[in-house]
Design a protein around this ligand. Sequence first.
Ligand code: ATR
Length: 268
Amino acid sequence: MIRAGVIGHPVSHSLSPRIHNRWFEETEIDGRYEAIDARPEDFVEAVRRAAGDGFVALNVTIPHKEKALEIADEASPSARAIGAANLLVFRDGKIFAENTDWCGFAEAVEREGGSLAGDTAVVLGAGGAAAGILYALQDFENVLLANRTRARAEALAGRFPNVTVVDWEKKLELGATESGLFVNTTSLGMAGYPTLGMILGDPGPAMVVDIVYAPMETKLIRAARKAGKPVANGLSMLVWQAVPSFEAFAGIPPKRPAATLADLEAEL
Ligand code: ATR
């Protein structure tokens, strides 16, 4: 039996076990995908225990993605460039770090008819999720990046040469700026946080992505839909990042990832 899972803290709300166990069933692979809750101080020990218990891979989620890269013996170029790993594969007694978060974002954009290249893209936020998204936006001429804490945005801009930092106070202007993509990677709009008050200009952004998925339709997504723009949210990114993860530990792709996404959208 293939054993895999997701390690995080907290992790009980994670949708990944539902996604992967369903794909194991659909592909008729004998596998089990579990959620492992580990506090930061227990992370390394928990990873080693999982490897010792026969897990072939672990997805890694908040708050362990940077640490996951640190403890790996080898890392993919994307995990290294992003500075974080959301997948650890155990092979030949070694830990390999991979990042499939940026693939999830890229796939979600392309599936909705958006483009990953062009003149200008806008990104709000410079936390853990932003680095993977900036990695996926390297074919844009210019990425305008605004974050409440400017120093974090500047640190990211130092790693990606096409990124220009814009004042957080100017974020409203960014909604009016003509761009190929407008991406919210902040927590604004998430249940329990203030909403992101954004007025989208005309033409403004060609497509809007909000990494939030609880609620599934944020105020930003609603405004974009109303303006007839294609959108993607955190749920589609989650499902599409799960596809290469599943391939890594199951050896074959899932059968119907789009159907899984549609079902989750209907259920949540
Ligand atoms: P993640 O890993 O999900 O990106 P994170 O690293 O905690 O989470 O980042 C959260 C992002 O949301 C950051 O860009 C954060 O801005 P700061 O760097 O200034 O903290 C942003 N954020 C969270 N709450 C916010 C708020 N009330 N107003 C503006 N930005 C906020």
